[in-house]
Every structure is written in structure tokens, then in C-alpha cells.
Design a protein around this ligand. Structure first.
Ligand SMILES: Cc1cc2nc3c(=O)[nH]c(=O)nc-3n(C[C@H](O)[C@H](O)[C@H](O)COP(=O)(O)OP(=O)(O)OC[C@H]3O[C@@H](n4cnc5c(N)ncnc54)[C@H](O)[C@@H]3O)c2cc1C
Length: 390
């Protein structure tokens, strides 16, 4: 067991840090919580693309970096640490590009991968529907064949990046007569096609990072079906592992963690900094212990991926643990900041830029998105512990 990174990996980390520090210095972005999912910055994404850091792990023959998942982990860890605005490329880089590499045709690869690699295709995730969340296989959006096209009708909700996506990854029913898991297919479609209507969802934090998307008689060429028709559900399972597995489930609010520690150093109560208060020190120390556990669980996922295995149980465990860590972080930060800590960013009295209430409210959704904690525990119980299916 070796917990050390290699010299090359440490050098890569330094390169990423230098880049991010320079961009922070130039004012390209301000650190923010949830930057990976809510931070919209085409400018930043373009710069990341120019560094060759989108598609870092994809095969070189498709323009990717051909590097390891550990290196991608280092890259994402540094981006998350400083709250970089990476939403434009995150989803395509993390999972949709990989799905195209794994299941796509050569035509799809040559059309879509270069756009993603250049930071020009922003892909939203369109899986969930009003009546299909945990039980995704019960989805109703349908894709009906019509010559060289599929005609798509239905409604999706919680589509990430809906307000600015250029493409949407969509799952739809292609065989209504087959058992529900067997009649589903995956598509990548242009979000600007006629018949696609996007309505922002304003969430509990006031953010419009997600949206409802309506598909009304949308004609999609058959060449945009990804992988095998009617086998989409099985392809998705693999993709969901990547969706759940990353450090973004642990470090989405890292700027808050940093800022609250700094706040305790700089804020005095009864003539002493808060950081001298034993209760506060213990709360922060407990968070640090939990953070390191989450980090190890996430690192393990990456090791499994680099061995060429699907990180199924490992990803479920990591996400279940890490998202509850983020909820505890938001809770502890709110306690430490006191009453003013509940003020949102708009208020001039809000400490640490109003990050705490944003995280407190937003983190409630972390244990729902990409698979609820209960569903993840079902995976750990059945595939991890070998307990029978319910
Ligand atoms: C902030 C946020 C972002 C999201 N982003 C996206 C996105 O980008 N793309 C997308 O397609 N979707 C997205 N979603 C949707 C998300 O995937 C679903 O909300 C999630 O799968 C749960 O589905 P549901 O909301 O329909 O709840 P349900 O599936 O109806 O679940 C309700 C409750 O029942 C429990 N439950 C359900 N089934 C079981 C079971 N078998 N065993 C035990 N308990 C169970 C759940 O844990 C939950 O507590 C997002 C959701 C949120 C809140």
C-alpha cells in the first residue's frame, strides 16, 4: 500500500495549482461553492480545454490525453479546492465523452468528441422525469422511429445545465412493449432542435442550474443514438458509476470549509479568536477526520477505475458517505457563523460571502441527485454485502 503520489503526479498537481492561482489572480473567477455544477464560465472552460485538461483520460486516438484516472483526480481535486467554475465542461468530461468513447460510432466520435475537447459542447444530463427518478426504468419519454429519424416526445426534469447546454444526453423509451429495463436507448441531441423547450427550475438556493426540458415532436437523426438500441439502461448503469464516483461529491463546498476555518482565526469573541474555543476546534477537527475518510473512499474509486473495473459498490459507498459529509460541513459552518451566518450573499452583512446558507440549503439535494442515499445503500447491501434483493 503506497499513499504517495509519484513525482510526475506531484508535478502535474503543481502545474494545475499554478494555472488556477494565475487565473484567480487575473480575476477569471472567484472561488464559489458548487462551481463544478453551477459555475458557468465559457472563458474558464476554454482555458481548461487549451491546457488539454478536458478528456484527460480519453484515448489519444480520439484527441484525449491518454492519462490515468489518478491524474484526473488530481486535476479535479485542485479545481474543487478553489471552487473553479467548471460546469460548462464537467458533465461531458466526466461521463458523456466516456460514454461516446465506449459506445459511440466512429461518426459520433469524430463529430462530438472534438467539440467537447475544445470546450465548445456543454452537455446536460436528461434522465429524470416527473415520475421516473430512482426507478429510472419507468421513464415515459418516447423515441419512435420514422425513417432515418426518431421522433421524441416527453418531459425531463432536473436536467443539469439546462439553461446553457448546447447538447443534451437523453434517455428515452424505444420499445414500449419490452420489459421496462430493456426498451430504453441513449441519445445525444442538439439542445437547439425545434420542439425542445427549456424552462429553468429555480431551486431552494435561488439557483437556475437545472431545468425542465420538454420534447415535442423533436426529430433526431438516428445517427445520434448512442450504443445499442434498447440496451441503453445497461449502458447508463456504467455511466452512473462515473457520475457518482468523483471528488465533487466531497469537495463541492470546499471553499466554505476553508473560509470557515479562516473565519475562526480572524473573529474574536470575549477577546479571543474563535479558533481558541475548544468546542469549535473539535467541530472543525471532526470535519477534517470525516473529510479524510471521504477522500480515501473516493481515491479507492479511482484506483478501481485504473484497474479497468467498474467502480460500482465503491462509487455508491463514496457518494453515500461524502454527500452526508457535505451536509454536516454546511451545518457546522452555519452553527459557527451564528445568526449572521444565515444571511445570503446579497446582504452586505453576510459573513464569508453568504456561502454557508447557500451550502446549507443546496446540500439537501446532494443526497438525492445521481442516486439517493437509500438507493446507494441498496447497492452496498446487495452487491457489496451479498444480501438478497428486496
Ligand atoms: C439537486 C438535484 C440535481 C439533480 N440533477 C439531475 C440531473 O442532472 N439529471 C437528471 O436526470 N436528474 C437529476 N436529478 C434527479 C435525481 O436523479 C432524482 O431526484 C433522484 O434519482 C430521486 O428521484 P425522485 O426525486 O423521483 O425521488 P423518488 O425516486 O420518488 O424517491 C423518493 C424517496 O423514496 C426513496 N426510495 C426510492 N426508491 C427506493 C428504494 N428502492 N429503496 C429505498 N428507498 C427508495 C428515495 O431514497 C427517496 O427518499 C437531480 C435531483 C436533484 C434534487
Amino acid at each position: 500500500m503506497d499513499f504517495k503520489f509519484t513525482e510526475e503526479q506531484e508535478a502535474f498537481r503543481q502545474e494545475v495549482r499554478d494555472f488556477l492561482e494565475e487565473e484567480l489572480r487575473k480575476g477569471t473567477f472567484e472561488p464559489s461553492c458548487d462551481g463544478w455544477i453551477q459555475g458557468y464560465s465559457p472563458e474558464f472552460t476554454k482555458k481548461v480545454a487549451e491546457k488539454g485538461w478536458i478528456g484527460l483520460t480519453w484515448p489519444k486516438e480520439y484527441g484525449g490525453g491518454g492519462r490515468s484516472n489518478i491524474e484526473r483526480l488530481i486535476l479535479t481535486e485542485e479545481m474543487l479546492r478553489c471552487g473553479a467554475p467548471a460546469a460548462c465542461h464537467w458533465f461531458a468530461d466526466r461521463q458523456i465523452g466516456r460514454a461516446i468513447v465506449a459506445y459511440g460510432t466512429e461518426e459520433q466520435k469524430s463529430e462530438l468528441l472534438p467539440k467537447i475537447l475544445k470546450g465548445e459542447a456543454y452537455v446536460g444530463l436528461g434522465m429524470s422525469e416527473p415520475e421516473a427518478g430512482s426507478d429510472l426504468a419507468s421513464l415515459k419519454t418516447r423515441a419512435v422511429e420514422d425513417g432515418d429519424y426518431y421522433i421524441i416526445d416527453g418531459q425531463k426534469m432536473w436536467t443539469s445545465c439546462a439553461r446553457f447546454m448546447t447538447h443534451v444526453y437523453l434517455v428515452a423509451r424505444t420499445d414500449p412493449d419490452a420489459p421496462k429495463h430493456r426498451g430504453i436507448s441513449e441519445f445525444i441531441i442538439d439542445a437547439g432542435l425545434p420542439g425542445v423547450t427549456i424552462r429553468p427550475t429555480i431551486d431552494i438556493t435561488g439557483s437556475e442550474a437545472w431545468g425542465e426540458v420538454f420534447y415535442d415532436n423533436v426529430r433526431v437523426h438516428k445517427k445520434y443514438l448512442i450504443g445499442e438500441k434498447n440496451r441503453g439502461f445497461y449502458q447508463i448503469l456504467n455511466q452512473l458509476d462515473y457520475e457518482r464516483a468523483g471528488l465533487e461529491r466531497l469537495m463541492g463546498n470546499y471553499p466554505l470549509f476553508d473560509a470557515v476555518i479562516q473565519f475562526t482565526r480572524e473573529t474574536e469573541q470575549n477577546g479571543k479568536p474563535l479558533s481558541d474555543d475548544r468546542l469549535i476546534r473539535h467541530k472543525l477537527a471532526q470535519l477534517q477526520v470525516e473529510f479524510e475518510i471521504g477522500r480515501l473512499l473516493t481515491y479507492r474509486v479511482v484506483l478501481v477505475m485504473d484497474e479497468g473495473r467498474a467502480p460500482n459498490v465503491e462509487a455508491a459507498m463514496a457518494k453515500a458517505y461524502c454527500t452526508t459529509f457535505e451536509q454536516r460541513l454546511a451545518s457546522v459552518a452555519t452553527e459557527i457563523l451564528g445568526l449572521y451566518g444565515q444571511l445570503l450573499a446579497e446582504s452586505k452583512w453576510a459573513p464569508i460571502l453568504g456561502m454557508a446558507p447557500h451550502s446549507y440549503l443546496g446540500s439537501k439535494g446532494y443526497s438525492l441527485q445521481a442516486g439517493t442515499t437509500e438507493v446507494l445503500k441498496n447497492i452496498v447491501a446487495t452487491r457489496g454485502l451479498g444480501l438478497p434483493n428486496e
